[in-house]
Design a protein around this ligand. Structure first.
Ligand SMILES: *Cc1c(COP(=O)(O)O)cnc(C)c1O
Length: 374
Protein backbone atom coordinates (compact mmCIF):
# COMPACT_ATOMS: atom_id res chain seq x y z
CA UNK A 1 0.00 0.00 0.00
CA UNK A 2 1.45 3.37 -0.97
CA UNK A 3 2.10 6.00 1.68
CA UNK A 4 -0.60 8.17 0.17
CA UNK A 5 -3.20 5.45 0.72
CA UNK A 6 -1.84 4.52 4.17
CA UNK A 7 -2.15 8.12 5.25
CA UNK A 8 -5.90 8.32 4.45
CA UNK A 9 -8.19 8.39 7.50
CA UNK A 10 -9.18 4.90 8.73
CA UNK A 11 -12.83 5.41 7.79
CA UNK A 12 -12.03 6.27 4.18
CA UNK A 13 -9.58 3.36 3.94
CA UNK A 14 -12.32 0.91 4.89
CA UNK A 15 -14.78 2.30 2.34
CA UNK A 16 -15.91 0.47 -0.78
CA UNK A 17 -16.84 2.96 -3.51
CA UNK A 18 -20.57 3.13 -4.30
CA UNK A 19 -21.26 1.10 -7.43
CA UNK A 20 -23.83 2.84 -9.57
CA UNK A 21 -25.79 0.80 -12.11
CA UNK A 22 -24.49 0.41 -15.64
CA UNK A 23 -25.28 3.49 -17.76
CA UNK A 24 -27.57 2.94 -20.77
CA UNK A 25 -24.86 4.11 -23.20
CA UNK A 26 -22.41 1.51 -21.94
CA UNK A 27 -24.83 -1.40 -22.34
CA UNK A 28 -25.85 -0.18 -25.80
CA UNK A 29 -22.20 0.04 -26.88
CA UNK A 30 -21.54 -3.45 -25.53
CA UNK A 31 -24.51 -5.08 -27.22
CA UNK A 32 -24.47 -2.90 -30.33
CA UNK A 33 -28.13 -1.96 -29.81
CA UNK A 34 -29.90 1.38 -29.40
CA UNK A 35 -33.07 0.45 -27.52
CA UNK A 36 -31.82 -0.70 -24.12
CA UNK A 37 -33.94 0.32 -21.11
CA UNK A 38 -32.90 1.21 -17.59
CA UNK A 39 -35.11 0.09 -14.71
CA UNK A 40 -32.30 0.32 -12.20
CA UNK A 41 -32.23 3.61 -10.34
CA UNK A 42 -35.85 4.44 -9.55
CA UNK A 43 -36.04 7.41 -11.87
CA UNK A 44 -39.44 8.61 -13.12
CA UNK A 45 -40.06 6.92 -16.49
CA UNK A 46 -42.15 9.94 -17.57
CA UNK A 47 -39.23 12.29 -16.95
CA UNK A 48 -39.78 15.78 -15.57
CA UNK A 49 -42.81 17.99 -16.12
CA UNK A 50 -42.94 19.52 -19.65
CA UNK A 51 -43.05 22.91 -17.88
CA UNK A 52 -39.57 22.20 -16.47
CA UNK A 53 -38.17 21.48 -19.92
CA UNK A 54 -39.65 24.71 -21.28
CA UNK A 55 -38.29 26.75 -18.38
CA UNK A 56 -34.82 25.21 -18.78
CA UNK A 57 -34.74 25.94 -22.53
CA UNK A 58 -35.71 29.52 -21.84
CA UNK A 59 -33.10 29.84 -19.08
CA UNK A 60 -30.30 28.43 -21.23
CA UNK A 61 -31.16 30.98 -23.94
CA UNK A 62 -31.48 33.98 -21.63
CA UNK A 63 -29.71 33.38 -18.31
CA UNK A 64 -26.17 34.63 -17.81
CA UNK A 65 -24.51 31.29 -17.06
CA UNK A 66 -21.24 33.09 -16.26
CA UNK A 67 -22.71 34.35 -12.98
CA UNK A 68 -22.74 32.29 -9.79
CA UNK A 69 -26.19 31.00 -8.84
CA UNK A 70 -28.18 32.34 -5.89
CA UNK A 71 -26.24 30.67 -3.06
CA UNK A 72 -29.18 31.07 -0.70
CA UNK A 73 -31.62 29.49 -3.17
CA UNK A 74 -34.20 32.10 -2.15
CA UNK A 75 -36.96 31.22 -4.64
CA UNK A 76 -36.75 27.45 -4.32
CA UNK A 77 -36.60 27.66 -0.53
CA UNK A 78 -39.69 29.86 -0.53
CA UNK A 79 -41.52 27.40 -2.80
CA UNK A 80 -40.57 24.41 -0.61
CA UNK A 81 -41.54 26.28 2.57
CA UNK A 82 -44.90 27.24 1.09
CA UNK A 83 -45.67 23.70 -0.01
CA UNK A 84 -44.94 22.29 3.45
CA UNK A 85 -46.49 25.22 5.32
CA UNK A 86 -43.31 26.00 7.27
CA UNK A 87 -40.90 28.91 7.60
CA UNK A 88 -38.05 29.13 5.00
CA UNK A 89 -35.55 29.19 7.90
CA UNK A 90 -36.35 25.48 8.29
CA UNK A 91 -35.40 24.55 4.71
CA UNK A 92 -31.89 23.56 3.56
CA UNK A 93 -31.12 22.90 -0.11
CA UNK A 94 -28.75 20.24 -1.35
CA UNK A 95 -27.11 18.93 -4.50
CA UNK A 96 -29.41 15.92 -4.31
CA UNK A 97 -30.71 14.85 -0.93
CA UNK A 98 -27.50 12.86 -0.45
CA UNK A 99 -25.77 16.19 0.02
CA UNK A 100 -27.80 16.72 3.18
CA UNK A 101 -26.94 13.28 4.52
CA UNK A 102 -23.29 14.27 4.14
CA UNK A 103 -23.77 17.63 5.86
CA UNK A 104 -25.26 15.83 8.84
CA UNK A 105 -22.42 13.32 8.87
CA UNK A 106 -19.86 16.13 8.91
CA UNK A 107 -21.68 17.93 11.70
CA UNK A 108 -22.45 15.02 13.99
CA UNK A 109 -20.19 12.06 13.17
CA UNK A 110 -16.50 11.39 13.78
CA UNK A 111 -14.22 8.94 15.61
CA UNK A 112 -15.84 7.72 18.83
CA UNK A 113 -19.34 8.43 17.52
CA UNK A 114 -21.86 6.13 15.86
CA UNK A 115 -24.71 6.18 13.39
CA UNK A 116 -27.60 3.72 13.60
CA UNK A 117 -29.55 2.36 10.64
CA UNK A 118 -31.27 -0.81 9.49
CA UNK A 119 -29.80 -3.75 7.67
CA UNK A 120 -30.80 -3.55 3.96
CA UNK A 121 -31.09 0.26 4.23
CA UNK A 122 -29.93 2.85 1.69
CA UNK A 123 -26.25 2.50 0.67
CA UNK A 124 -25.36 6.11 1.40
CA UNK A 125 -25.83 5.73 5.19
CA UNK A 126 -22.78 3.45 5.66
CA UNK A 127 -20.74 5.58 3.22
CA UNK A 128 -21.44 8.77 5.19
CA UNK A 129 -20.72 6.99 8.47
CA UNK A 130 -17.45 5.37 7.42
CA UNK A 131 -16.11 8.41 5.62
CA UNK A 132 -16.32 10.24 8.98
CA UNK A 133 -14.50 7.33 10.70
CA UNK A 134 -17.59 6.78 12.83
CA UNK A 135 -19.04 3.40 13.75
CA UNK A 136 -22.17 1.93 12.15
CA UNK A 137 -24.71 0.26 14.44
CA UNK A 138 -26.69 -1.88 12.01
CA UNK A 139 -30.02 -3.15 13.29
CA UNK A 140 -31.21 -6.51 11.89
CA UNK A 141 -34.20 -6.09 9.60
CA UNK A 142 -37.51 -7.83 10.28
CA UNK A 143 -37.29 -11.48 9.16
CA UNK A 144 -38.11 -12.56 5.58
CA UNK A 145 -40.97 -14.56 7.12
CA UNK A 146 -42.53 -11.49 8.77
CA UNK A 147 -46.30 -11.56 8.04
CA UNK A 148 -46.70 -7.94 6.94
CA UNK A 149 -43.31 -6.24 6.46
CA UNK A 150 -40.60 -8.77 5.50
CA UNK A 151 -37.09 -7.23 5.63
CA UNK A 152 -38.59 -3.93 6.84
CA UNK A 153 -37.05 -1.63 9.45
CA UNK A 154 -37.52 -2.92 13.02
CA UNK A 155 -37.78 0.23 15.17
CA UNK A 156 -38.26 -1.87 18.32
CA UNK A 157 -34.91 -3.45 17.42
CA UNK A 158 -33.41 0.05 17.10
CA UNK A 159 -34.47 0.74 20.70
CA UNK A 160 -33.02 -2.54 21.97
CA UNK A 161 -29.59 -1.87 20.41
CA UNK A 162 -29.47 1.76 21.59
CA UNK A 163 -26.04 3.08 22.66
CA UNK A 164 -25.00 6.39 24.12
CA UNK A 165 -22.43 7.11 21.39
CA UNK A 166 -25.10 7.23 18.67
CA UNK A 167 -25.41 10.75 17.29
CA UNK A 168 -27.43 10.12 14.11
CA UNK A 169 -30.17 7.65 13.22
CA UNK A 170 -31.04 7.15 9.55
CA UNK A 171 -34.54 5.89 8.74
CA UNK A 172 -35.75 5.56 5.15
CA UNK A 173 -39.53 5.56 4.73
CA UNK A 174 -40.25 3.95 2.33
CA UNK A 175 -36.88 2.23 2.31
CA UNK A 176 -34.63 1.56 -0.65
CA UNK A 177 -33.88 -1.22 -1.76
CA UNK A 178 -36.78 -3.01 -0.02
CA UNK A 179 -39.72 -0.64 -0.70
CA UNK A 180 -41.00 -1.38 2.82
CA UNK A 181 -42.49 1.31 5.03
CA UNK A 182 -43.19 2.11 8.67
CA UNK A 183 -46.46 2.81 10.47
CA UNK A 184 -46.61 6.52 11.36
CA UNK A 185 -47.22 5.60 15.01
CA UNK A 186 -44.00 3.57 15.16
CA UNK A 187 -42.02 6.57 13.87
CA UNK A 188 -43.65 8.86 16.40
CA UNK A 189 -42.94 6.42 19.27
CA UNK A 190 -39.32 6.22 18.14
CA UNK A 191 -38.97 10.01 18.03
CA UNK A 192 -40.25 10.14 21.60
CA UNK A 193 -37.66 7.52 22.63
CA UNK A 194 -34.54 9.13 21.10
CA UNK A 195 -32.48 11.49 23.31
CA UNK A 196 -32.98 15.16 22.37
CA UNK A 197 -29.39 15.77 21.19
CA UNK A 198 -29.46 12.88 18.68
CA UNK A 199 -30.40 13.65 15.06
CA UNK A 200 -33.09 11.46 13.50
CA UNK A 201 -33.00 11.61 9.70
CA UNK A 202 -36.27 10.58 8.12
CA UNK A 203 -35.32 10.01 4.48
CA UNK A 204 -38.50 10.46 2.46
CA UNK A 205 -37.06 10.10 -1.06
CA UNK A 206 -40.17 8.10 -2.05
CA UNK A 207 -42.64 10.20 -0.06
CA UNK A 208 -44.84 11.05 -3.05
CA UNK A 209 -45.42 7.34 -3.71
CA UNK A 210 -46.43 6.60 -0.11
CA UNK A 211 -50.21 6.13 0.19
CA UNK A 212 -51.54 9.33 1.84
CA UNK A 213 -53.36 7.15 4.39
CA UNK A 214 -49.96 5.86 5.61
CA UNK A 215 -48.28 9.26 5.98
CA UNK A 216 -47.54 10.70 9.40
CA UNK A 217 -48.01 14.27 10.58
CA UNK A 218 -44.49 15.29 9.55
CA UNK A 219 -45.04 18.99 10.13
CA UNK A 220 -46.32 18.29 13.63
CA UNK A 221 -43.30 16.08 14.32
CA UNK A 222 -40.94 18.83 13.13
CA UNK A 223 -42.57 21.23 15.62
CA UNK A 224 -42.38 18.75 18.44
CA UNK A 225 -38.93 17.24 17.77
CA UNK A 226 -36.17 19.79 16.93
CA UNK A 227 -33.77 16.86 16.40
CA UNK A 228 -35.80 15.56 13.43
CA UNK A 229 -34.48 16.16 9.89
CA UNK A 230 -36.73 15.15 6.99
CA UNK A 231 -35.12 14.84 3.56
CA UNK A 232 -36.86 14.98 0.17
CA UNK A 233 -35.49 14.73 -3.35
CA UNK A 234 -36.24 15.94 -6.86
CA UNK A 235 -34.55 12.82 -8.27
CA UNK A 236 -37.46 10.41 -8.06
CA UNK A 237 -41.08 11.49 -8.63
CA UNK A 238 -40.04 14.91 -9.95
CA UNK A 239 -37.90 13.27 -12.63
CA UNK A 240 -34.80 15.45 -12.13
CA UNK A 241 -32.14 12.93 -11.06
CA UNK A 242 -29.60 14.27 -13.54
CA UNK A 243 -29.78 17.85 -12.26
CA UNK A 244 -29.18 17.02 -8.55
CA UNK A 245 -31.52 18.80 -6.17
CA UNK A 246 -32.99 17.88 -2.81
CA UNK A 247 -33.89 19.54 0.45
CA UNK A 248 -34.14 19.03 4.17
CA UNK A 249 -36.78 20.23 6.62
CA UNK A 250 -35.53 20.70 10.15
CA UNK A 251 -35.43 23.07 13.09
CA UNK A 252 -33.83 26.46 12.22
CA UNK A 253 -30.98 25.49 14.58
CA UNK A 254 -30.03 22.37 12.59
CA UNK A 255 -30.60 24.23 9.29
CA UNK A 256 -28.08 26.83 10.49
CA UNK A 257 -25.51 24.09 11.21
CA UNK A 258 -26.06 22.52 7.79
CA UNK A 259 -25.57 25.92 6.16
CA UNK A 260 -22.20 26.22 7.89
CA UNK A 261 -20.79 23.09 6.22
CA UNK A 262 -22.62 23.49 2.90
CA UNK A 263 -20.55 24.69 -0.05
CA UNK A 264 -21.69 28.24 -0.85
CA UNK A 265 -23.01 27.34 -4.34
CA UNK A 266 -23.98 23.69 -3.94
CA UNK A 267 -27.03 24.03 -6.22
CA UNK A 268 -26.50 25.20 -9.78
CA UNK A 269 -28.89 27.76 -11.22
CA UNK A 270 -30.59 25.34 -13.64
CA UNK A 271 -31.25 22.81 -10.88
CA UNK A 272 -32.70 25.57 -8.66
CA UNK A 273 -35.00 26.70 -11.46
CA UNK A 274 -36.01 23.19 -12.54
CA UNK A 275 -36.87 22.19 -8.97
CA UNK A 276 -38.94 25.32 -8.42
CA UNK A 277 -40.94 24.80 -11.62
CA UNK A 278 -41.29 21.06 -10.88
CA UNK A 279 -42.86 21.84 -7.49
CA UNK A 280 -45.40 24.10 -9.17
CA UNK A 281 -46.64 21.26 -11.40
CA UNK A 282 -48.30 18.91 -8.92
CA UNK A 283 -50.47 17.56 -11.76
CA UNK A 284 -47.36 15.91 -13.19
CA UNK A 285 -46.63 14.38 -9.78
CA UNK A 286 -50.16 13.00 -9.58
CA UNK A 287 -49.91 11.58 -13.07
CA UNK A 288 -46.55 9.96 -12.27
CA UNK A 289 -47.80 8.41 -9.04
CA UNK A 290 -51.01 7.16 -10.71
CA UNK A 291 -49.00 5.50 -13.49
CA UNK A 292 -46.69 3.90 -10.93
CA UNK A 293 -49.59 2.54 -8.88
CA UNK A 294 -51.49 1.12 -11.83
CA UNK A 295 -48.36 -0.48 -13.30
CA UNK A 296 -47.33 -1.95 -9.94
CA UNK A 297 -50.81 -3.46 -9.62
CA UNK A 298 -50.50 -4.88 -13.14
CA UNK A 299 -46.96 -6.26 -12.64
CA UNK A 300 -47.58 -8.07 -9.37
CA UNK A 301 -50.01 -10.77 -10.61
CA UNK A 302 -47.79 -11.33 -13.66
CA UNK A 303 -44.76 -11.90 -11.42
CA UNK A 304 -46.84 -14.26 -9.29
CA UNK A 305 -47.65 -16.29 -12.44
CA UNK A 306 -43.89 -16.71 -12.90
CA UNK A 307 -43.70 -18.18 -9.40
CA UNK A 308 -41.87 -15.14 -8.05
CA UNK A 309 -42.44 -13.24 -4.83
CA UNK A 310 -41.47 -9.69 -3.91
CA UNK A 311 -41.37 -7.42 -0.90
CA UNK A 312 -44.35 -5.16 -0.18
CA UNK A 313 -43.57 -1.77 -1.74
CA UNK A 314 -44.85 1.77 -1.35
CA UNK A 315 -42.26 3.05 -3.78
CA UNK A 316 -41.64 3.06 -7.53
CA UNK A 317 -39.74 -0.22 -7.53
CA UNK A 318 -40.13 -3.83 -6.47
CA UNK A 319 -37.52 -5.99 -4.73
CA UNK A 320 -38.17 -9.31 -6.46
CA UNK A 321 -37.12 -12.56 -4.79
CA UNK A 322 -35.80 -15.21 -7.21
CA UNK A 323 -35.38 -17.78 -4.43
CA UNK A 324 -31.75 -18.37 -5.44
CA UNK A 325 -28.76 -16.25 -6.49
CA UNK A 326 -30.27 -13.60 -8.78
CA UNK A 327 -26.92 -12.80 -10.46
CA UNK A 328 -27.59 -14.99 -13.53
CA UNK A 329 -31.04 -13.40 -14.04
CA UNK A 330 -29.40 -9.96 -13.83
CA UNK A 331 -26.88 -10.99 -16.51
CA UNK A 332 -29.57 -12.52 -18.72
CA UNK A 333 -31.65 -9.33 -18.50
CA UNK A 334 -28.59 -7.29 -19.51
CA UNK A 335 -28.20 -9.52 -22.57
CA UNK A 336 -31.77 -8.57 -23.47
CA UNK A 337 -31.01 -4.87 -23.09
CA UNK A 338 -32.63 -4.38 -19.68
CA UNK A 339 -30.67 -2.87 -16.80
CA UNK A 340 -31.97 -3.64 -13.30
CA UNK A 341 -30.28 -3.35 -9.89
CA UNK A 342 -28.66 -6.34 -8.22
CA UNK A 343 -28.90 -6.12 -4.43
CA UNK A 344 -26.11 -8.48 -3.37
CA UNK A 345 -24.24 -5.49 -1.90
CA UNK A 346 -27.31 -4.94 0.31
CA UNK A 347 -27.03 -8.52 1.64
CA UNK A 348 -29.95 -9.51 -0.59
CA UNK A 349 -28.25 -11.74 -3.21
CA UNK A 350 -31.48 -13.53 -4.19
CA UNK A 351 -33.24 -10.30 -5.11
CA UNK A 352 -33.22 -7.81 -7.96
CA UNK A 353 -34.56 -4.31 -7.48
CA UNK A 354 -36.61 -3.34 -10.51
CA UNK A 355 -37.93 0.16 -11.12
CA UNK A 356 -41.53 0.28 -12.33
CA UNK A 357 -41.40 1.72 -15.84
CA UNK A 358 -43.85 2.72 -18.53
CA UNK A 359 -46.38 0.08 -19.69
CA UNK A 360 -44.18 -0.70 -22.72
CA UNK A 361 -41.03 -1.04 -20.57
CA UNK A 362 -42.84 -3.28 -18.09
CA UNK A 363 -44.17 -5.47 -20.91
CA UNK A 364 -40.65 -5.86 -22.20
CA UNK A 365 -39.43 -6.77 -18.72
CA UNK A 366 -42.18 -9.39 -18.27
CA UNK A 367 -41.50 -10.91 -21.67
CA UNK A 368 -37.78 -11.12 -20.87
CA UNK A 369 -38.43 -12.69 -17.47
CA UNK A 370 -40.79 -15.27 -19.01
CA UNK A 371 -38.08 -16.26 -21.49
CA UNK A 372 -35.29 -16.33 -18.91
CA UNK A 373 -37.22 -18.33 -16.32
CA UNK A 374 -38.77 -20.78 -18.82
C1 LIG B 1 -32.68 7.86 -4.45
C2 LIG B 1 -32.61 8.05 -2.99
C3 LIG B 1 -32.23 9.26 -2.45
C4 LIG B 1 -32.04 10.45 -3.34
O1 LIG B 1 -30.77 10.75 -3.64
P1 LIG B 1 -30.49 12.12 -4.40
O2 LIG B 1 -29.15 12.49 -3.90
O3 LIG B 1 -31.53 13.11 -3.97
O4 LIG B 1 -30.55 11.82 -5.85
C5 LIG B 1 -32.18 9.40 -1.09
N1 LIG B 1 -32.53 8.39 -0.27
C6 LIG B 1 -32.95 7.22 -0.76
C7 LIG B 1 -33.38 6.16 0.18
C8 LIG B 1 -32.99 7.00 -2.13
O5 LIG B 1 -33.36 5.83 -2.62
Amino acid sequence: MSLLTQNATPGVLSLEPYKPGMPLDELQRRLGISDAIKLASNENPLGPSPKVKAALAEAIANQDLALYPDGGGFKLKAAVAKMHGIDPSRVTLGNGSNDMLEFLGRIYLGPGRAAMFSQHAFAVYPIVTQSQSAEAVIVPALPRSHPTMPLGHDLEGFKKLWRDDISIVFIANPNNPTGTWLPAQAIEDFLAFVPKQVIVVLDEAYWEYLDPALRGDVRGWLDKYPNLVVTHTFSKTYGLASLRAGYALSSPEVADLMNRVRQPFNNNSLALLAAEVALSDQEHVKKSVALNNSERARLEPELAKLGLSWLPSQANFLAIDFGRDAGPVHQALLQKGIIVRPTASYEMPNFLRITIGTPAQNDRLLKALREILA
